[in-house]
Design a protein around this ligand. Sequence first.
Ligand code: SF4
Length: 493
Amino acid sequence: MSDQLYNNEIAFELGSKDIDESKQGNALTLERPSNVAPNGKKFYIESYGCAMNFSDSEVVASILANSGFDSTDNHLDADLILINTCAIRDNAEQRVRMRLQNLGAVKKKKKGALIGVLGCMAERLKDQFLEQEKLVDIVVGPDAYRSLPELVFEAENNNKAVNVLLSREETYAEISPIRLNSNGISAFISIMRGCDNICSFCVVPFTRGRERSRDWRSIVQEAKDLFDRGYKEVTLLGQNVDSYRFSDDPKLVGKKLLEAKYEDHVVNFAELLEKVASISPLLRIRFSTSHPKDMTDDVLEVMAKYPNVCKHIHLPVQSGNDRILGLMDRSYTKAWYLDRIAAIHRIVPDADISTDIITGFCSETEEEHQETMELMSTVRFDLAYMYYYSERPGTPAAKRLKDDVPEDIKKRRLTEIVALFRQISLERNQENVGQVYEVLLEGISSKSDKHFFGRNSQNKGVIVPALEGMKPGDYVNVRIASCTSGTLIAEHI
Ligand code: SF4
């Protein structure tokens, strides 16, 4: 995860391809079953937004490969151009619209080229996308990727190609994702889809549907396969991993499933984490995203018990004021959140904590903003994704609350929160100076080819001097010699 941009423009973006027009269309040979004949067509996929979207793009690549497509890393060379979109904030959608505009040139150059939009914006806008964006031929929601080959066929025959049906079962469990832009070291594994928490500001429940957990056996198998292929780290992904619950009994759904116990053959998140951590002590396990109302001590105890379960928790707080947390429907109070933080410090004392913060939410007063600042000074987060409130159509907040905090005040409050975070992050990193950490090397540093970039168990980026024989995937023990607010600089011991 590279240094994050802490302005409101792009909050959380991984690996979004910096478009390089000069690419000569390197076809990525895909693992395709021998009984699947190539159809002579290439797809290009570009992903925006959260890690879940990137993981979905790898499922889409597998579905297309299994229907005969090859892929290319140059959109100018593609027969099918796919944009996996994000709808979490208005500017995320504006970026997609701008991108679509300059993709128009491709259609002029390459006769028959198709453009498809996937993901949350596709689900939010549905058919309107075809009306609003004439360049778009295919619209597919996050639960309908299996239908993509048929939709391509429809679009090739000038028919409308839209599938935005949400599912209560779909987890793509048996589809083995094709790792895109992978460093061959770390990979995402989605463990569940959808979200049952209806936070008032959030579009996810409307674009990704209700919660469903994937069969734990397919998750463990995917992690084993990755380890056997040389991967050293997996990140278990879910909108709210703490509500992971899988039962072999199809009758056990909803509330019954939530209340069911292990003896009822229900696997919860703590048990899943233990199963994946038991694969090998050389396989690091990360997970995201936790929810303060559901994060239990047994998850923390598994983290403390297994050295290979990384000592980092992403625990979005969103606000430090109870009235605002209530309006956000976050289902916890500041005191509850601080109790969870205390539990982390008690059970996993060496864990680092990151969070999400929304400033300028409906009717937020200056005093309530100050309470969020105070909470940041109390918890002293190691990493934070910070935004000002962007009203999303169709959300409970848009329906029942007025977006009444002026934009300039939202921006000023965000600037204050970012400045405070940077100060705390520098202090936290300075406290790491002199400490010894085990770092997993991920690749050559983008700033110097005499250094490697890696991360410690706490998910902090570490720059390590390159020594003879060192390679990505190696674990190295180093001492922190110095730091910036975003990165630790190591020396060999
Ligand atoms: S927990 Fe809340 S913020 Fe997170 S995805 Fe679910 S509804 Fe959205």
